[in-house]
Design a binder for this molecule. Structure first.
Ligand code: UFG
Length: 343
């Protein structure tokens, strides 16, 4: 029988790619998104790429007044499971507005858990983050590494992982996959969906892409005095389509009847420095990417990359696309949609 999957935050950057891969795997999708940091246009493009329709509910999972309507819709949809991506995700903002971050991110997760319970659907794939590891582990980081997020945003990820584990402990019908993303970049190879940040990008790739396309003058490189090979920060960049395929693999794993909760890294296992990423993007775009080195950004760590072997072992999944593909696809999206979805 066709599986029916709720995708919260399904119109967002990662969510839109997850929807396309879920639809390609033959599943039906209900997007629940409040469109606070995503675009209606993304839903149309998901349908265009998948060549079929999705259901879509515009709603805020963290709003108590909307809870009953959301629970009922997920029940009526006949959900078999969910991919939970909805949430606030700006690190700096979370430091300034912690209560809002806890209320929104944890509230949304609790509403989803209630709705899945009501729908008798007990498989959840959760969008967690490598940020849960803080700066406490040697690289490459395994899932057994110590956790300890360094800001409220990261702590919401850690707390939701723990909540889902408690739910799975309390009732052995639940299956939970906490996916710890490393640094998702790139875009669908069609150039039709991609990352479209509301304001000034916080993250490296969208910033580089906006410099390359001429929307911003210069990149600021946050520090070149780290203990890394060229002094700039090292991260495990992963192509968003590989990441999206990881969600399908996780759902396949849960659909095979695996219950209980697992934490799984989604990364490539390779780290690249900021300057290596800039050089690769320059090659892919054939544009100049001027930059200044500025002081370190508060809260940044020198280096983190994944041990990605658990995803391979449990899900049979591994990342396929290299840094050049990430840059080429990110650039195609930016070049063909210089103002994102607001054409
Ligand atoms: N960087 C710059 N200039 C920029 C932006 C980033 O030099 O304008 C550097 C950072 O210092 C870091 C690297 O590029 O070395 C990557 O930075 P990103 O902001 O793209 O990614 P982070 O690793 O900081 O962020 C990721 C996730 C967040 C998560 C965070 C936790 O995107 O969701 O890890 O640290 F919270």
């Amino acid at each position: 029988m066709t599986q029916r999957i709720v995708v919260t935050g399904g119109a967002g950057y990662i969510g839109s790619h997850v929807c396309v891969e879920l639809l390609a795997s033959g599943r039906d999708v209900l997007i629940v998104d409040d469109f606070s940091n995503s675009h209606q246009q993304a839903v149309a493009r998901i349908e265009e790429l998948a060549q079929r329709g999705v259901e879509c509910l515009k709603a805020d999972l963290a709003d108590a007044a909307q809870k009953n309507a959301i629970v009922n819709r997920i029940k009526t949809f006949g959900a078999d499971g969910a991919v939970h991506l909805a949430g606030l995700k700006a690190v700096g903002e979370s430091v300034a507005q912690p209560a809002r971050y806890y209320q929104t991110n944890i509230g949304a997760a609790l509403t989803l858990i209630e709705a899945l319970g009501a729908a008798n659907a007990r498989s959840v794939v959760f969008s967690s983050s490598a940020t849960v590891y803080g700066d406490l582990n040697d690289n490459p980081v395994t899932e057994e590494g110590r956790t300890g997020a360094t800001n409220p945003y990261g702590r919401t990820k850690l707390f939701i992982e723990e909540i889902l584990k408690d739910v799975a402990r309390a009732n052995d019908q639940w299956g939970v996959a906490n996916l710890r993303y490393f640094n998702p970049v790139g875009a669908h190879a069609s150039g039709r969906i991609g990352e479209d940040p509301n304001d000034t990008p916080n993250n490296l790739f969208p910033y580089i892409a906006q410099v390359a396309v001429g929307r911003r003058k210069k990149l600021s490189v946050f520090g070149n005095d780290y203990d890394t090979r060229d002094g700039t920060g090292v991260r495990d960049y992963i192509h968003v389509v590989d990441l999206a395929r990881g969600h399908v693999a996780a759902l396949d794993y849960l659909s095979d009847g695996e219950r209980g909760a697992v934490d799984v890294n989604l990364g490539t296992g390779r780290g690249y420095s900021v300057l290596e990423a800039v050089a690769a993007f320059k090659r892919a775009s054939n544009r100049d990417i001027p930059y200044d080195v500025v002081p370190r950004r508060d809260g940044d760590i020198a280096e983190i990359y994944a041990n990605a072997s658990k995803a391979k072992k449990l899900f049979g999944w591994s990342a396929k696309k290299d840094l050049d593909a990430m840059c080429a696809d990110h650039w195609r999206w930016q070049r063909e949609n210089p103002n994102g979805y607001n054409e």
